[in-house]
Write a protein that binds this ligand. Structure first.
Ligand code: DGL
Length: 262
């Protein structure tokens, strides 16, 4: 294993770019590979077996490109598949889960809200995580069908997206939450809209920095941090239509980038 090999990051689509950009911020010398499985998303309405099979295909590809570690930048894939993936592959695999723990520390009403995909909310792993805190807080969950697709369509603030966010966030507010956990990496790109609708008093929690920091910690422990002085490069891949993917990635990454077919 070579330290200048890349960190491999993937998601069902663009959501994981929210985590990749944090990794880029705190690890500027690392090379990054990113796969968006946009042709097979949303994962949120798929079975765990399907998600595990897609995740394995993507990790096989990332390892062929010599990834030194894998970041599953998708809550849905993490809660559905990470145990099987860790049993199957020898590289460090870092996942992302809804930030219930930080919300528990911050809540005053003792009622916290979680926005996530249907598949995340029904998973054993999410329900075990929630039950660890059930003596301290009430956890109100809200599945958000259609929201991931709005991010994929780059509609981060249009009428349809706003109507969906109003419906989902409004439902949590009616249940008395004072914290909203963004339990899907796509929703991080909707944080400004969620803030606008929830108002300034509601704490919005996401774990993008925590995942980036955990990636740095795991690379340090495994002695795999890049020792390059040069800035790292990014290589982007998508299973979706290429011209669309190039537009999507360039907008969300914040600069023109090229995207290869996965
Ligand atoms: N971005 C993903 C997550 O964090 C999944 C969205 C989807 O594919 O439904 O859960």
């Amino acid at each position: 294993m070579n330290n200048s090999n890349s960190i491999g990051v993937f998601d069902s689509g663009l959501g994981g770019l929210s985590i990749a950009r944090r990794i880029r911020e705190i690890l500027p010398n690392e090379n990054l590979l990113y796969v968006a499985d946009s042709a097979h998303g949303p994962y949120g309405d798929k079975s765990a077996a399907f998600i595990t099979q897609r995740s394995s295909a993507i990790i096989d590809f990332l390892l062929e490109q010599k990834a030194k570690t894998i970041v599953v930048a998708c809550n849905t894939a993490t809660v559905s598949s990470i145990q099987e993936l860790r049993a199957k592959y020898r590289v460090p695999i870092i996942g992302v889960e809804p930030g219930i723990k930080p919300a528990v520390f911050k809540t005053n009403t003792r009622i916290i809200g979680v926005l996530a995909t249907t598949q995340t909310l029904k998973s054993t792993s999410f329900n075990e995580l929630s039950s660890n805190f059930s003596d301290k807080v009430k956890i109100e969950v809200q599945a958000c069908p259609g929201l991931m697709e709005q991010v994929e369509a780059l509609d981060l603030a249009g009428h349809k997206t706003e109507a969906l966010v109003k419906k989902y966030v409004g439902s949590l507010l009616e249940r008395g939450v004072d914290n909203i956990v963004l339990g899907c990496t796509h929703y991080i790109f909707l944080a400004p809209l969620i803030r606008k609708i929830a108002g300034p008093a509601i704490e919005i929690i996401n774990t993008d920095f925590a995942v980036a920091k955990e990636t740095a910690r795991r690379l340090t422990v495994a002695n795999l941090l890049s020792s390059n002085y040069a800035l790292g490069q990014e290589q982007f891949y998508s299973s979706g239509d290429q011209p669309t993917a190039t537009k999507q990635f360039s907008l969300l990454w914040g600069e023109p980038v090229s995207v290869s077919q996965f």
